[in-house]
Design a protein around this ligand. Structure first.
Ligand code: CMC
Length: 402
């Protein structure tokens, strides 16, 4: 009673106080824990940045070594998981597999659900509960790459690869994806670095749809594996993490630069969407899109240019000077160029959202941890609605229904 729909789609609703990521959408600014994304992309690594996002400060050498060691140690999967992956249909979408796999992972670690076992919840100042929480964090980050590689290999009918020792987080991922049995195989260092930069800039983006889903799910005090599975499902959609896949499908459908004007007109008639453009928060270019564009050039030096690059550039240039897009402040987001890199590196099209989800596990966990440890405890996220359905009516047996 007396309720009004205040904010459809949460355009202007803040639901939490956060110290993790700062965005100024008008100025095109993105900072993790105060550090500009451009500096981190240039100087840091995905795992170092993961530590920063989760624990709030850049790690010392010892902290970094310990964190990396724990994450990599936990990247190995239980052998039973092989049967789980083999139970999918041969052409299952890898995001379906990854989402299910995160959920499956929770079944291995009942300690992650302390409240169900009558134990104390994760609490600031309680070392034992924080250590339990950290273990789930190491596991989820470590196993994300392994689960992703398993989803990739099972569809190819290839055997699974045990995570190697001595490689970086991204190097280990590429090794698990590509390894076909040669001795001393190591991934190409330029591609490894490029993917690490892409992982780093995808690691967090404050309360996007998937992160909000993780928090909403986590607010019922469920285990983090279930909350991450929920976030992964949310990321899968084409308006969110599925956009990098949608961009390439759009570019393939456009075909060549000369078809760009007709496509732009179709977008303006609302018959098509310009995937990879527009953002809820940025009203200017997404700062990550510049980093991705620069990284693409590094990758193309190794792989050769992607044949869709010219169409992408023509589309970008046409949209940036068209009144329709200027008026609505629509500019490229992180997904516009990233798919071209993934394609050039040889990843299959439907694997692109997985390459977004794997690094985003870090951001989801940072926000989940912050919420679980916030002062005053967790409040369940339970919004209200305005009911506009039928008034009270009586049940009619099926024989009497008209
Ligand atoms: N192509 C054509 N028109 C667009 C687009 C687009 N990509 N994006 C927004 N518009 C129009 C929209 O039709 C509306 O026009 P009008 O005011 O005349 O009705 C106006 O711009 C405002 O858009 P909106 O839909 O109110 O914006 P939103 O904040 O609700 O949606 C968005 C944001 C990202 C879902 C949307 O821009 C979109 O669908 N973009 C394409 C999908 C995409 O690239 N998603 C990746 C987002 S970034 C990475 C991530 O977070 O996953």
């Amino acid at each position: 009673k007396g309720l009004r729909v205040q904010d459809k789609g949460f355009l202007n609703t803040a639901v939490i106080r956060s110290e993790i990521t700062y965005i100024d959408g008008d100025a095109g600014v993105l900072r993790y824990r105060g550090y500009p994304i451009e500096q981190l992309a240039l100087k840091s690594s995905h795992l170092e940045t993961a530590y920063l996002l989760i624990y709030g400060s850049l790690p010392t050498k010892e902290q970094h070594k310990f964190f990396e060691g724990e994450v990599m140690r936990h990247s190995v999967m239980h052998a039973d998981a092989e049967g789980f992956f083999r139970s999918f249909r041969y052409d299952a979408h890898p995001m379906s597999m990854l989402t299910s796999a995160f959920s499956m992972l929770g079944s291995y670690y009942s300690e992650a659900n302390p409240s169900l076992q009558g134990q104390r919840l994760y609490t600031q100042g309680d070392a034992a509960s924080l250590a339990t929480m950290d273990r789930q964090i190491y596991r989820l980050i470590g196993k994300a790459t392994t689960l992703a590689a398993m989803a990739y290999r099972v569809r190819q009918g290839r055997n699974f690869v045990t995570p190697p020792t001595g490689l970086s987080y991204t190097g280990s991922f590429l090794y698990q994806m590509d390894h076909i049995g040669e001795e001393n195989y190591t991934p190409n260092p330029v591609l490894e670095k490029a993917l690490d930069v892409l992982f780093l800039i995808h690691a967090d983006h404050e309360l996007n749809a998937s992160c909000t889903t993780v928090l909403q799910t986590g607010s019922s005090l469920v285990d983090p594996y279930s909350a991450i599975a929920a976030g992964c499902a949310s990321l899968y959609g084409p308006l969110h993490g599925g956009a990098n896949e949608a961009v390439i499908r759009m570019l393939i459908s456009i075909g060549s630069p000369q078809n760009v004007p007709a496509f732009i007109e179709a977008v303006k008639r609302r018959e098509k969407t310009l995937s990879g453009f527009g953002h809820r928060v940025y009203k200017t270019s997404d700062p990550r899109s510049f980093i991705v564009r620069k990284t693409a050039d590094e990758v193309f030096k190794v792989t050769g240019k992607d044949e869709l690059l010219e169409t992408a550039m023509a589309l970008h240039d046409a949209a940036m000077k068209d009144e329709y897009f200027i008026k609505r402040k629509l500019a490229p987001n992180v997904d516009f160029w990233s798919g071209l890199i993934y394609r050039a590196m040889g990843f299959p099209l439907d694997f692109f959202p997985v390459l977004f989800a794997v690094p985003r596990v870090v951001g989801w966990l940072a926000h989940w941890r912050q919420m679980m440890l916030q002062e005053g405890g967790v409040k369940i996220w339970r919004p209200r609605q305005v009911y506009v359905g039928a008034g009270k009516r009586d049940y009619v047996p099926v024989e009497e229904r008209q």
